[in-house]
Design a protein. Sequence first.
Lengths: 298, 327
Amino acid sequence: MSAADVTNGMASGLNDGSITNPVDRPRLHLSSRFLRSELALIFGRRRNQAGMGILAAVPVIIAIAVKVSTPRPGRGPDFFASITSNGLFVALAALTLELALFLPLAVGAIAGDSVAGEANIGTLRYLLTVPVGRTRLLAVKYAAIAIFSMAATMWVSLVGAVAGLALFGGGEMTLVSGTQIGMGQAVLRVLMATIYLGLCFASLGAIGLFVSTLTEQPIGATISIVVINVMSFILDSIPQLSWLHEWLPTHWWMSFGDLLRDPIAWSDVTRGLLTAAGYALVFWLAAWARFSSKDVTS
Amino acid sequence: MATGESAVGDVVDGDVAVGDFAVATHGLTKRFKQQVAVNALDLMVPRGAVYGFLGPNGSGKTTTIRMLLGLIRATSGRHELLGHAMPDHARDILPLVGSLVEGPAFHPYLSARANLSRLDSVDRHADPRTTKVRVDRALDRVGLLAAADKRYRAYSQGMRQRLAIAGTLLAPRELLVLDEPTNGLDPQGTREVRHLIGSLADDGTTVLVSSHLLSEVEQVCTHIGVMHVGVLLTQGPIAQVRAVGETRARVQTDRPQDAARVLRQLGLTDVAIESGWAAGTLGEIAAEKIVAALVHDGVPVTGFAIERPSLEDLFVSLTGEGFNVSG
């Protein structure tokens, strides 16, 4: 976020000349304080901490359930079947299960809150009169959403890895394509898959930021984001709409599995990253277009 | 409207140059769909003034303040804060402007101290090394230091209002825009806020304070402006605005008929008589002459008072209606 701060700083530096009495102007301090304040608000809020607890419960439940049940071999190369061979697969199984609803819901809650939450309790008008420039506000808000998206995904993955390794141990990993890789490589692959999904959720967060500028009801914004997410999955499952599938925001999410092939099948992952970047850019700009000239009457 | 124009004219024609206005609006207008909330407003707040921005609920005060601060866009017209065009120079000017808009708003689950630190942390002009000191000083100034670590949600309405005022004091300001700062305060709190406004003004800060309670503001203001249905009816130095109304002399006596005769002889107009008193409009007559004349004529005087019109009377005379909500 410091990048946007620096840009704003330079812009206002240029403005100096137009102010007749620059002595009156207090000095500018470039820092990431606003972003850190945002993150403190997000991660310090009890509701969000409870949400993180729920996100963490899934990998723990998976690990314990697999541990206490009898293995059922021969169900194909899904991550569940592989858990007993390498605990890291708990992380991947947990991501698979939380990808459709829990993680998007978490991102939706944060993104929905970002602007609508401040408008709802009235603090938005006080941020804007400090002043916080509207572009800077959206940049910092989105940076916080993106960091949260990445952190929440990492969190699920980390808890899954720790629970899995504790119950099943690590060692060599047999990939989806049948090849075996060492433990170090395996950790790297899981990390790559996690980052990929984190970026995907961050792009959903941009849609959320846009929705959040449309309303003063954070819950409404959150519900809308979840609806958009679920709708995307539904459309993706209707074969007659196959022409649309590759453009859906969620279509490439499951491609994170391609990062666990040998060699890595980059094509879908690349498409996924481009799609995510496209959605992030378009919806951030939409949020900006909406918010930069909006009358703030909350 | 005529009085409004003459008041503005007097201010501008005096020894105050245009650049010396902390707030200057020119034909500022805001239209919400069908309704004109603020109509061609020419608000002039001289630097160093305590300007009472008066009007009933719904008269357009808050809409005006939102426009001043760049929260909403004017439909037409323009305005300057501290001599610089807004909203173009918002980034440079707003740091010098402390504001309280439409009541306090903070994060409910954060403490008062954390809320002020949050506000300070988004201010790129604020020095993070002095945040703690400035936050505590602001809390102290509004008497909240003892409750600084309580969550905002546990605050009473009056404490919330004080916290919002503390928020405006985090940095040195040249202009304070306070929208209904005494809302929700008890009489003691109201007095304290008035005192605070006075002491800030003594430091040279210009204060624009809006209120729907005329009497509350009257005592502390050097200037007033009166809004009614989106129109600024009058504005100017408080003495000048009040001079528009008529000052009456009232004599308390057991011979009101005789007193009235003396008043008429002195040249007072609109002389009225009721049991126990006589009263007349003073006009240009010096008040001190009256009692002397009465005593000279042997009229026993048990009481004498000069009645200036209250702002409320003034408002009624300007609008022809009471100080009530106008739809």
